[in-house]
Design a protein around this ligand. Structure first.
Ligand SMILES: Nc1ncnc2c1ncn2[C@@H]1O[C@H](COP(=O)(O)OP(=O)(O)O)[C@@H](O)[C@H]1O
Ligand SMILES: [Mg+2]
Length: 262
């Protein structure tokens, strides 16, 4: 099978004043087109580094990052990004913030068309009526919804999310998972989601990749064999609960504490 994202044998070390800090050490990630890959691993193991490699902000020391059959060698416009703290421009309305990537990636697009696209997405995530608010007038969850719209407004072929829901309370976070599921059904994209929430990884992922402690390698890959139209309730069913236990065990191994629990 050909993969839309193919990360093969990636090694990377940061240069620091104390010498090289190896961060990735044999990373393999393969994501078919349109699939959702969740990545979990101990804090500081190299997850954010992985997002920088996929978006082309950094190049690995060794190994290859291939997107759609082409090696990534420079920053890619066709990538959408969402982070934990969405940076919104306060002097622009929510609608204008969501339209921003189109101004950069598709400068020839008519304003009316760009606006219609942004309005459509805002309506899909439940923000109809908030188009003309300023970012500071929205709650954290609403701002994150708007930031998801902004991340996909230009129809990126890859959406990279680095702990996007990490700062939200549990119920808001679950609402956003469902929004994400619906967006994905309506707007096809290939997604890499970094998270430290195992339930989130199982709810949203087609596969969950567990990274080892730093320097990170691909330690374990879980195929999430659950229906695409899953609801939060599925997380309480035995199949999902088994997956969560399995992932918990893998995280324990990644943290180097596998002996401790027995
Ligand atoms: N630009 C950098 N220069 C040096 N060290 C870095 C740099 N960026 C990250 N690191 C270090 O690399 C390791 C992995 O970082 P990161 O990818 O952000 O981890 P994670 O997102 O999994 O928490 C951490 O120890 C971090 O301190
Ligand atoms: Mg990080």
């Amino acid at each position: 099978m050909t993969h839309f994202i193919d990360i093969k044998g990636v090694h990377h070390a940061y240069k620091t004043k104390h010498g090289p800090l190896p961060v990735l050490d044999g990373l393999d990630v393969a994501v078919p087109k349109g699939e959702f890959c969740a990545v979990v691993g101990p804090s500081g193991c190299g997850k954010s580094t992985l997002t920088k490699l996929i978006s082309g902000l950094m190049r690995p020391d060794r190994g290859a990052v291939i997107l759609d059959g082409q090696e990534v060698t420079s920053p890619r416009k066709t990538v959408g990004m969402a982070f934990q703290n969405p940076v919104m421009l306060e002097w622009r309305t929510i609608l204008q913030n969501v339209m921003l990537p189109l101004e950069i990636v598709a400068p020839g697009m008519k304003t009316a068309e760009a606006e219609a696209r942004a309005r459509h997405l805002l309506e899909m995530v439940g923000l109809k009526g908030f188009e003309h608010k300023k970012p500071s007038e929205l709650s954290g969850g609403m701002r994150q919804r708007a930031s998801l719209c902004r991340a996909i407004v230009h129809k990126p072929d890859v959406l990279i999310m680095d702990e996007p829901f990490g700062a939200l309370d549990n119920f808001t976070r679950e609402d956003l998972w469902q929004t994400m599921r619906d967006l994905r059904a309506a707007e096809p994209f290939t997604c890499v989601l970094i998270t430290h929430d195992l339930r989130e990884s199982v709810f949203l992922g087609d596969q969950v990749i567990v990274l080892s402690g730093r320097p990170a390698r691909t330690q374990f890959v879980l195929n999430v064999d659950l229906p695409a139209d899953r609801t939060i309730d599925i997380l309480y069913e035995p199949k999902a609960v088994d997956m969560l236990h399995l992932l918990r065990d893998q995280i324990r191994i990644a943290q180097g504490r596998d002996g401790e629990m027995h």
